[in-house]
Structures are given as structure tokens and as C-alpha cells.
Write a protein that binds this ligand. Sequence first.
Ligand code: AMP
Length: 395
Amino acid sequence: MSDRLVLVINCGSSSIKFALRCESQATALLSGLADRLGSDQATLSWQVAGTQHCVPLADGEHATALTALLPLIDDYSGQPLSAVGHRVVHGGEHFTGAQVIDLAVLDAIRTNAPLAPLHNPANLTGIEAAMRVFEEVPHMAIFDTAFHQSMPAHAYRYALPEALYTEQRIRRYGFHGTSHQYVTNQASQLAGLQTGQGAWLSAHLGNGCSSCAVLDGRSQDTSMGLTPLEGLVMGTRSGDVDPNLHGHLARTLNWDLPRIDTMLNRESGLLGLSGLSNDMRQLEQARAEGHPGATLAIAVFCYRLARSLMGLAAALPRLDGVIFTGGIGENSSLIRALTVEHMAILGLKLDTDRNTSAPRGQACMINAADSTAIMLIPTDEERQIADESLALLPR
Ligand code: AMP
């Protein structure tokens, strides 16, 4: 059988990220972004073999962008697609794994929309448009939440009245499941264990950040909850705050819910603490120049991350290793060093040279000889989505 091809699609309200993945190749044949959809400035840009291309789109419709992709896929693949894999943010309690999309799956994504009002409707728009444009090909949904459906009730329930769970499905769901699953599988290979085996703490640190405890390929607990706001300090998201903050701001400042939502999701995190930027590269530079806000933002980020990882250790019977991934986790030796400094009680110690000279884009161990494993593992959510899509096809 020739290598099968999967088109991976991540559809937002005004953008579609895509990648054409071949099952035997480590990198995408073609990847890109349809941006500013819904406006008259919509563009389709893609890169192939290191060269960038960009064309305007005649109108800003999702279907137009996907139709413009058809000839590109023909040009660069030379064979038909085997599947289209869609990233879907919220699968609620309906899905514990990837699904072939049919009417029932579409309905369930719609039913879960109140839990992810910004994401699920946009994901649905993308799926429906793609199903029209690529009508001969099976479409699969891969949910950010599905990997965490293995969490036990004591990890996923909030201490709230039961009816809020039974009637409103208010519980902890967790996100970034494809990333945590991918990097923990890679970790078992790097450690010489059977694929999927091992007891891991995984830190996905990008613009969004989450931590996860994984035992033998199953998520035991994670830092994000009902929504992707809970847990760690992120680029512009606050992570955990006192739940009474809403009431306090309403009473003292007369802020309404949209104002508070915006503050917590878009004006907080690294940006709010530093007063400078949500971008870790810029903050590291500013910290090196003595900027107090950047210094504080990085200190809070690392301390809270260490506290979260150490709390998640309660979900594991032992610890085989800690994994850093995502744009920050993979690239920032400073963040890894400051975080691990807080975790000595777990027997974790970095090898300073290995940490600072870790090769870009490669999985490697960065712990000292007398430490539990600490790994840097580049995530590849598209690979995971492509693999899970192919696994649903009959062989
Ligand atoms: P992601 O969402 O995974 O693309 O990650 C984005 C974050 O990674 C941003 O905060 C970037 O500043 C950060 N990042 C990327 N490269 C580096 C780097 N070399 N050093 C520190 N942070 C980085």
C-alpha cells in the first residue's frame, strides 16, 4: 500500500490552519493558513519545501479557502487524500477518542458548543465546508478533550452541587489532549519503554499552557478544567484565580461579565503581569535588561508551573520523567531551569549544559546523571491528528 495522505484542518472563526501529512514523513508536505476569513482582505498562504506563497481569496468564505486548497493538494501530493482530520476543541463527555464524522458526531459537537462557544461553532463551520469540498473523502474529528476522558471522578469533579454536574455537565474536561498524548508516547520511546508506557508529568507551554499527569498512555489529571482558562499562567490568560474575584470586581468596580471575561482571557497572564508582552522571547530579553515586570511575570509563570506539576504528581504511583513541550517548553532553557529549581523535592535536577545546548527540534534528555528523567520533546499535534485519523480507516 502506498503512503496515505491526510489533510489536517484546524478551523477558527476567521482562520483555517491546514497541513498535508504523509504517513511516513516526519514533516508536512504542505502547510499554511487561510486568514482574515469573513473580510475582504482574506488571504491563503502556504509553504512548501521552505518556500512561502500567498494569494488573495476572492471572498472570505471558509468554503472558498478550502476550494482554493484543492489544486494545491493535487500539485504537491500527486495522489488522492485518504482522510481529512479535523481538530475539534470540545467533545464534552461524548467522545473518548477520534471519530469518523457522521450526523450524530456533528450533532454532538453542536450540543457541546455552549462549553466552547468561541471554538466549537467555528470547528463546525470548517467541518461542514470541508465535507462539501472534499466530499469523497472520510472526515474524522479529533477532540482536544478526548484524551482526558480517562481522568477519574476525583480529578474531574469540582466541589460544587451535584446537579451542576448531572444537569449542566459542569466538570473538568482538560485540553491540549493531542499534544500531551503525542509527547508522552515519544517519551516512552526515548526512555526505552514500550510505546505508551510510563508515568509522566507533561508541560505544554505555548500561548496556551497546560500540565498533565499521564500513566501508561492515560491522562490521570490535567491543569485545564471546564474551559482552557483554568490552571497555569498563559500568554494572556490568568490561569487560576480566586473564584470570588468575579463578585469582588462586580461589587467594587461595577464590571460586568464580558468585561471580566475579557480581562481574564485577553489582558492577564504574562501580558498582564509584565505590562509589556505575552511573548516569552520578548520577556526574556526584557528580564535580561532588568525590566521588573518581565522578571516578575517569568518568576510567577515558573513557580506556578512547578506547583502545578508537583500537585499532579499526586495522580501518579511513581515518576518516570517530566516533559517540556510547546513553543516555550521546547525553546526556553531559562524557563525550564527556573521551573525545575522549584522541583528539587521530587529528585529533579537539570544538566545545565544539556539544557542550554539542547538541539532545536529534537527530543532529548536534559537531566543530570543523578536525577529523574527530564525531557524536551517537540510536540506535533498534526502528526497525532493524522495518525488518529488513519487509525480509523479500514486497512
Ligand atoms: P506556541 O503557542 O507553541 O507557538 O508558543 C508560543 C510561545 O513560545 C511564545 O510565548 C513565544 O515567545 C515562545 N517562544 C518561541 N520561541 C522561543 C524561544 N526561543 N525562547 C523563548 N520563548 C520562545
